[in-house]
Design a protein around this ligand. Structure first.
Ligand code: NDP
Length: 370
């Protein structure tokens, strides 16, 4: 089987003894393991749900695996690393689903990157994301998978969308040109989920997260997002005893940040909602749900907070000759809150936890090689 993999070591999923496999689905040596400690195991004879997390080695996918494991409930987690299952390959994806009797899918696999990567490889971002989504969603449908959660991004909204950005802002204006191909792929992902729901009755849902941060993030100096980039720069400035650190722009733009463990909790919350509740909250052709905190912070305040967390006591210098980008980017999270979910991790706590994780990696964090 092309996706055969020991899996365990890659995931750090702990002991795989006492797997909650159903036996009849035991084809292939893909990584599978119990969600939770087994205390909430399904009753003998009852169906044990099989949950596939696509992209489990990424920042969000690994947080989803942590959350599903901690939740318990006797489900079986299925994962397959890219080397075992390239999601751009339709035949391989179809074979995986045909063999694994999946019940639920979290689609957290994607080609993801910063502005530089998006601008220099637009074809990759469009092609790979479209292929991953089309292959997984169609193969899931063909295999009879009833539940799927697709992860999009807040970049689906128009560049000049009113703030905070409500779900209804989708397709009301031009996109930000720097990541338009990526955003178009993500919009197609939402529309795929909606269309399979409308045509086939599949319960395929979509969530649009705000900016995420946390363990597993990319700390590459050029290709990373603002929190890991600034955290690394301030850390290195402290280590080198630099008196000053420069931050691009005026510091005035405001952004929203969500810890990836909150993101995972929100995804599972949305996925576990009864179908009537979810589809009662959304519309057939406007079916996605924003995931965020509903609060934003200025880049200047974020930089000050990060300096405190990192222990950097030098001066932070804002360079207003560099572009600021959009003045404000905040999601309207009214739908999510009405569905009963709120974040649990305050920004300072989340940054401190992320910095502890970053330090514990030594030189082995993502993006360290550059
Ligand atoms: P990562 O880059 O951390 O993870 C993406 C995962 O997808 C990786 O495990 C990667 O595998 C896997 N993957 C990519 N291409 C393939 C492929 N062809 N076959 C198999 N696996 C593949 O991204 P995030 O976890 O940050 O993002 C996950 C989702 O969340 C994405 O849909 C993204 O749009 C969304 N999101 C993220 C935000 C953020 O701030 N990070 C904000 C908003 C949305 P490999 O490890 O081999 O590269």
């Amino acid at each position: 089987m092309p996706w055969m993999s020991p899996g365990k070591a890659e995931l750090g999923m702990g002991a795989h003894s006492g797997l909650a496999t159903t036996g009849r689905h035991a084809a292939g040596g893909y990584a599978h393991g119990p969600a939770g400690d087994g205390s909430g195991a399904a009753a003998p004879g009852s169906h044990v749900p099989r949950i596939y997390v696509a992209g489990h080695q990424g920042m969000v996918g690994s947080a989803l695996v942590r959350h599903l494991q901690a939740r318990g409930g006797g489900a079986t987690l299925l994962t397959a690393a890219r080397a075992q299952l390239d999601l751009r390959d339709p035949a391989a994806v179809r074979a995986f689903f045909a063999a694994q009797a999946v019940d639920e899918v979290y689609l957290a696999a994607a080609r993801v990157g910063g502005i530089h990567a998006n601008q220099t490889r637009p074809a990759d971002f469009l092609y790979e994301n479209l292929m991953i989504q089309c292959n997984v969603i169609q193969a899931a449908h063909e295999a009879g998978v009833q539940k799927l959660l697709f992860l999009g991004s807040s970049c689906i909204y128009p560049r000049l969308a009113a703030q905070p950005m409500a779900e209804s802002a989708l397709l009301t204006g031009s996109l930000e040109p720097t990541n338009e191909p990526y955003a178009v792929a993500k919009i197609a992902g939402i529309k795929l989920c909606e269309s399979y729901h409308r045509q086939h009755g599949r319960d395929y849902r979509s969530v649009m997260p705000t900016n995420l941060y946390g363990p597993g993030d990319n700390f590459h100096p050029r290709d990373s997002h603002v929190i890991p980039a600034l955290m690394r720069r301030l850390h290195e400035a402290r280590m080198q005893g630099l008196a000053q650190v420069a931050v691009w722009g005026s510091g005035r733009p405001r952004r929203e940040f969500l810890h990836v463990d909150d993101m995972a909790a929100a995804c599972v919350h949305v996925m576990d909602l009864p179908a009537d509740t979810y589809w009662g909250m959304v519309q057939p052709m406007l079916s996605h749900i924003n995931i965020g905190t509903g609060t934003d912070v200025s880049i200047a305040a974020l930089a000050t907070l990060l300096a405190e967390v990192v222990g950097y006591r030098g001066k932070i210098h804002f360079d207003p000759t560099q572009p600021d980008g959009t003045p404000r980017k905040l999601l309207d999270v009214g739908r999510l809150q009405a569905l009963g979910w709120r974040p649990q991790i305050p920004l300072r706590t989340g940054l401190a936890q992320t910095y502890a994780w970053f330090q514990a990696q030594g030189d082995a964090y993502r993006g360290a090689e550059q």
